[in-house]
Design a protein around this ligand. Structure first.
Ligand code: PLP
Length: 389
């Protein structure tokens, strides 16, 4: 790609995994060890993750994706056929697919126009006698209003599951995201603040529920292959329904270094975030709202902003950025905009006006800890030049 001076310049990606030599060494040593599926490195990663979240290692389970963790969380919460689960209209499809996969019906609630998170009052308006759980998403890394959501859940005897795909470092009123609900699901997909290439983590309040789900995550076997090779019992029995959701040690080996650097990376994300907020403050853009304070913390996972006119303006901006070698994306086309969910749930995009409006206007620009000053300046200049600034 060439810039206006005809010099070659690299396209700035939306996200980039920040891998260090020590990560590569750790992966190489796992490969050389000959034990490459779930084993001691998964346990090491789980312990480090639990330590970071301030919970017991017995409360976490490393799995192959956040999608897998969501499935297990819904099963763990006892959600099944005939139940309804309330979730946000603004999320990635996996959040809603997993509700369908356990036989339940997803019931969407609209978002709040300031936080872009699920609106607690909208939750209240769709509770029915069939509602079993609320599945919240800390969108972009901003905490949901967990005080109000937990209050609603208690009043109606509902389970709470937190989709923390964007929210590893997130806190609400000083408490870590993923520790409010009965279960939480984290993503370590390639674009996430902590990546294992593919991977996820299930967190549960009750260690005995996590123990049961650990068994379910690997074919329902009472002992995994590492345990069978390292004690004197040698065999296994299938004691529950089972899936193939375990994380391999090769993937976990990437995660061990990443979890150690998570705060350092967040500081880098915060600095870029501040640069964007300052640089765009005079542009006709809806920028992320400041946090409410009181110990709230944003994980700065994706920098999303809203143009004024969702029709041609967003497309024109994205084209302009593409021309300048700056990647951009849309997080997300809202759930009610997808044909599958429209047919399956009998909904229309305009039934959820706040998500509909946001989904038409939002644009995500690059944000990753290793962005250098030149890249940050190029993103800023490209956005500003679109508005003639
Ligand atoms: C909000 C949300 N939930 C769930 C997922 C699924 O994560 P994974 O790819 O780890 O299954 C994603 C992935 O981007 C996501 O953004």
């Amino acid at each position: 790609m060439k810039n206006e001076n005809n010099a070659i310049c690299e396209v700035i990606p939306l996200c980039k995994a920040g891998l260090h030599d020590e990560d590569i060494t750790r992966v190489a040593s796992c490969l050389r060890s000959g034990w490459i599926t779930s084993g001691p490195i998964c346990r090491e990663f789980e312990t480090a993750f639990a330590g970071y979240k301030g919970i017991a290692p017995e409360q976490v389970l490393a799995v192959s994706s956040c999608t897998a963790a969501l499935h297990l969380a819904l099963l763990g919460a006892g959600v099944g056929a005939g139940d309804e689960v309330i979730t946000t209209a603004l999320t990635f499809s996996a959040t809603v697919h997993e509700i369908i996969h356990v036989g339940a019906t997803p019931v969407l609630a609209d978002i709040d126009s300031v936080s872009w998170n699920i609106d607690p009052e909208s939750i209240c308006s769709v509770i029915t006698p069939k509602t079993k759980a609320i599945l919240v998403v800390h969108y972009a890394g901003r905490p949901c209003a967990m005080d109000r959501i937990m209050e609603i859940a208690r009043a109606h005897d509902l389970k709470v599951i937190e989709d923390c795909a964007h929210a590893i470092e997130t806190r609400f009123h000083g408490q870590a995201a993923g520790t409010f609900g009965d279960f939480a699901a984290f993503s370590f997909y390639a674009s996430k603040n902590l990546t294992t290439a593919e991977g996820g983590m299930l967190v549960g309040k009750d260690p005995s529920a996590v123990r049961r789900l650990r068994i379910a995550s690997l074919h329902g076997m009472d002992r995994d292959a590492w345990a069978r090779g390292n004690d004197d019992k040698f065999s296994y029995l299938v004691v529950s329904d089972g899936f193939k959701y375990n994380l391999s040690d090769v993937h976990a080996a990437i995660g061990v270094g990443q979890i150690a650097r998570i705060e350092e990376n967040l500081a880098a994300r915060e600095a870029i975030w501040r640069s964007y907020m300052e640089a765009f403050s005079d542009l006709p853009l809806g920028l992320p709202a400041p946090l409410d304070g009181n110990g709230d913390r944003h994980a700065r996972h994706i920098f999303t902003m809203r143009v004024e006119d969702g029709g041609g303006q967003r497309r024109a901006l994205m084209r302009h950025l593409q021309g300048a070698g700056v990647s951009s994306s849309i997080h997300y086309p809202p759930i009610p905009a997808h044909p599958y969910f429209q047919d399956r749930l009998g909904i229309r995009a305009r039934d959820f006006p706040v998500s509909f409006d946001y989904g038409q206007k939002t644009v995500t620009i690059p944000l990753y800890p290793t962005m250098d000053h030149g890249e940050i300046a190029r993103v800023i200049d490209s956005v500003r030049s679109f508005f003639g600034g």
